[in-house]
Design a protein around this ligand. Sequence first.
Ligand SMILES: C[S@@+](CC[C@H](N)C(=O)[O-])C[C@H]1O[C@@H](n2cnc3c(N)ncnc32)[C@H](O)[C@@H]1O
Length: 447
Amino acid sequence: MPSRPTSDANFADLGRSIASDLDRITQIYTDLQRPLPSYEIDSPLDFPVEVQQLRQQVLDATLQLQQLLLGPKESLFLWARNNLGTIRAVSEFDLARSFPVGETATFAEIATTCGLPEQKVRRIIRHAATEGIFREEPQGVVRHTAASRMLAEDQVMRDYIDVHYTEMLPAMKETPTALRRWPNATDPAQTGFSLSQPPAHPTFFQYLTSQPDRARVFASAMSTYSTGPENDVSHLRDGYDWSSICDGGGGSSSSSSSSSSSSEGVVVDVGGSTGYVSLALAQAFPGLRFVVQDTAPTIAQAPVATPPGEHSRVQFMAHDFFTDQPVHGADVYLLRMVLHDFGDADCVRILRGLVPALRDGGRVVLNEFCLPEPGSVGLLEEKQIRTMDMNMLSLFNSRERDAADWQALFAQADPRFRWGGVTKPAGSNLSVIQASWWHHSSSATAE
Ligand SMILES: C[S@@+](CC[C@H](N)C(=O)[O-])C[C@H]1O[C@@H](n2cnc3c(N)ncnc32)[C@H](O)[C@@H]1O
């Protein structure tokens, strides 16, 4: 079980549990003949699934140990202290790509490449190195680490940092002002984000629609939520019975506006961004076909090539989900991390937009956070979910929801929805939330 801060948490217990879990992790790496994580540029970027639970326990315990050892004053300093200028400067001046991975550079060489004075480059890089981004060895010679290599080679990670600084942080900074001005607001135009942007873009999605370059960066940043260990799309792949809708398992799968083969299950990925979730699911389930829907600017960023294989079973369609769903009779309407961006009234509108397209037994599957009871999950997991909840407040005036909230949304949208419950795949931060729709409520019992 994940450990949590308790009033009797003490150094000795935390230290013992960390040491014993680390021994077990090391043994697993040895058995798998995999190198242990390090700062080196060839350090593995992911973690074997076998260590996930133990890793989570150690992270929780070290977080508690750090809080206890810092004490309240330094913990608060650490929360408030500003390291952000440094990572932003590394990103803005593209320092990670200022010299090749595997080679070294002097501060003067980096300064020439990035156009900043040497003395400022030195200060930025030496501060970044305290977070494991770059290493100076020997003095005056800069080398890459696993983290600086990732910044150099991973465009998605650079986009994630870009969104963080360009949209999310300014929105978070203005959130207290928005709360003071509109304390009871649920309107997405009365947020920290609205105050942080020119008045032409009162809501986040209006802003993205009018700025295709930012829509691209946001879609790319969102794709990190399909690759991190806790949000990996594999949890959705393995955590829902997709085979039940392959090869006719889900009943009729005809679609009024798409060319479905009758034996293929059809999944409509509503608000599916550039389709990375559908592409991953298509790869795993050859018997499924996907229609990815999103706003026109986002769909314009989707992969254009349609090579054989999974791509040929993934179709893209611009569709505003506040209007009636054009693909009728699909087996599953999937909404992954979509409804948490919207307040209850808008969620109800989005779910009602599906109803005219739903056939008897048609399913709506959400892949969303489901708020835990405080203290019922690991500290790090709870921190991540509640951080996301605060992001939802500052960007959209929306919120993360618990199981009862999700159930209530379906009931409010249409009484013919039958609640299918919430499951949380092991190791996943996101839950699978299900409902089916039945024209006559009596048929629902026959499902
Ligand atoms: C938080 S992202 C989730 C993306 C994707 N489902 C995922 O799991 O990463 C929400 C998506 O909803 C899309 N969206 C917002 N408003 C929309 C609308 N009115 N109609 C269709 N899509 C919309 C956004 O463009 C964005 O791609």
